[in-house]
Design a protein around this ligand. Structure first.
Ligand code: PGA
Length: 251
């Protein structure tokens, strides 16, 4: 059985004090982690507060990005080794904002996935098509291509533990959610792709999130779909009450 995983993605929002205020508001209110895994992905400057909080609370922590080398002359980058030593659990990689604005390639994302495993963390690997690609009817081919490239050279065991986040670009921050059926269809295609690349068990194990305007009002319907194991949530994860409603969607 796959444990549902709801992850907030704060993007470039909140300073350390705002992070602390948020954490104070959710203290003692997160769900039992055997029922729903709660995760927050935060800017690097806020991660220290998250890690300290997670020592006493059922919260998993994620960085929003890292580099693929452990250390060296890479000014401005974040070391996966240092993130791991800090106690981070996950790193989000391949978000469409990083692909679009910072020109990250499939190859970079694959290198990052390997660096994350090498440092005993787990990747949340994002994929998703533009509106143009969907309108051309090429969305499955596109997303499966991104997944194949990201997983290249990873073992079945590593893929089993990975999280894949399907985020159609046209639904991110637009208020325009993919319908639960559209989200389910693509998450199913991704699972089929993992089955074809690896095996049935790996496909059964890998957790697949949907992201793109997920909010308390639509989380339950999305989570009721067979191949949707979680959500990667931007806007609606920033307010503590809204985040709590999302992670407690079962109650
Ligand atoms: P959104 O962002 O929930 O604000 O649409 C999702 C994401 O980019 O991860």
């Amino acid at each position: 059985m796959r444990t549902p995983i709801i992850a907030g993605n704060w993007k470039m929002n909140k300073n350390p004090q705002e992070t602390q205020d948020f954490l104070d508001s959710i203290k003692g209110k997160l769900p039992d982690p055997s029922q729903v895994e709660s995760v927050i992905a935060a800017p690097a400057i806020d991660l220290n507060a998250l890690v300290w909080f997670s020592k006493d609370e059922p919260l998993k922590t994620a960085a929003e990005n890292c580099y693929f080398e452990d250390e060296g002359a890479f000014t401005g980058e974040t070391s996966p080794k240092a993130l791991s030593e800090m106690g981070l659990n996950y790193v989000v990689i391949g978000h469409s904002e990083r692909r679009d604005y910072f020109h990250e390639t499939d190859e970079d994302i694959n290198k990052k996935a390997k660096a994350i495993f090498k440092n005993n963390m787990l990747p949340i690997i994002c994929c998703g098509e533009s509106l143009e690609t969907r309108e051309a009817g090429k969305e499955v081919e596109w997303v499966v291509g991104q997944i194949k490239a990201a997983l290249n050279g990873l073992t079945a065991d590593q893929v089993s533990k990975s999280v894949i986040a399907y985020e159609p670009i046209w639904a991110i921050g637009t208020g325009k959610t993919a319908s639960a059926d559209q989200a389910q269809e693509m998450c199913h295609e991704i699972r089929e792709a993992v089955k074809n690349l690896y095996d049935e068990q790996t496909a059964e194990n890998v957790r697949i999130q949907y992201g793109g305007s997920v909010k308390p009002a639509n989380v339950e319907e999305l989570m009721s779909k067979e191949d949707i194991d979680g959500g990667l949530v931007g806007g609606a994860s920033m307010d503590p009450e809204s985040f709590l409603q999302l992670v407690n969607y079962k109650n």
